[in-house]
Design a protein around this ligand. Structure first.
Ligand SMILES: [Fe+2]
Ligand SMILES: [Fe+2]
Length: 151
């Protein structure tokens, strides 16, 4: 699969999880969904940071470099929120607010990737390279996805 399509697919999966977690008040379900969001976001940002962003950087324009730097900072903020999750009580009334903030953060970031970074990458990297990157990503996603399915 083309690298950008694979990343967009992962974006959709995370968005679906956010919608689900918004709808439930069951603490057990909330905890499960929160763990899943944590895992999927971590895997996704790792794939981007190790495979996709370096390729975008390789375009070697000022714009590409700026986009990657900003994206990395946003990942950093997402990481900070994710690091707090183990302390979040799914039965607490603040749970919903916390998830909403994380979801909005991710949504903003995803919009910038899909509206700016991905179209630029598709234009500059070419079909071959996008396919090769996609294959690398699939491999990495497969490796980290195995054996840690939520109970
Ligand atoms: Fe990202
Ligand atoms: Fe992304």
């Amino acid at each position: 699969m083309k690298a950008t399509d694979l990343l967009k697919k992962q974006h959709k999966q995370v968005k679906t999880l956010f919608k689900k977690v918004e709808k439930t008040e069951n603490p057990r379900e909330r905890r499960q969904l929160m763990d899943q969001i944590d895992q999927e976001l971590k895997m996704h940002t790792r794939i981007e940071e190790q495979i996709f962003y370096p390729a975008v950087r390789g375009i070697e324009t000022k714009k590409a470099e700026e986009m990657v730097m900003e994206a990395l900072e946003e990942h950093h903020v997402v990481d900070l929120v994710l690091a707090e999750l183990p302390k979040v009580d799914p039965a607490d009334e603040r749970f919903h607010a916390k998830m909403t903030v994380l979801s909005e953060l991710v949504e903003h970031h995803v919009d910038e990737e899909e509206e700016e970074m991905f179209p630029m990458a598709e234009k500059k990297l070419g079909a071959e390279e996008l396919k090769a990157l996609g294959a690398q990503m699939e491999q990495m996603a497969g490796m980290s996805g195995r054996g840690r399915k939520a109970a």
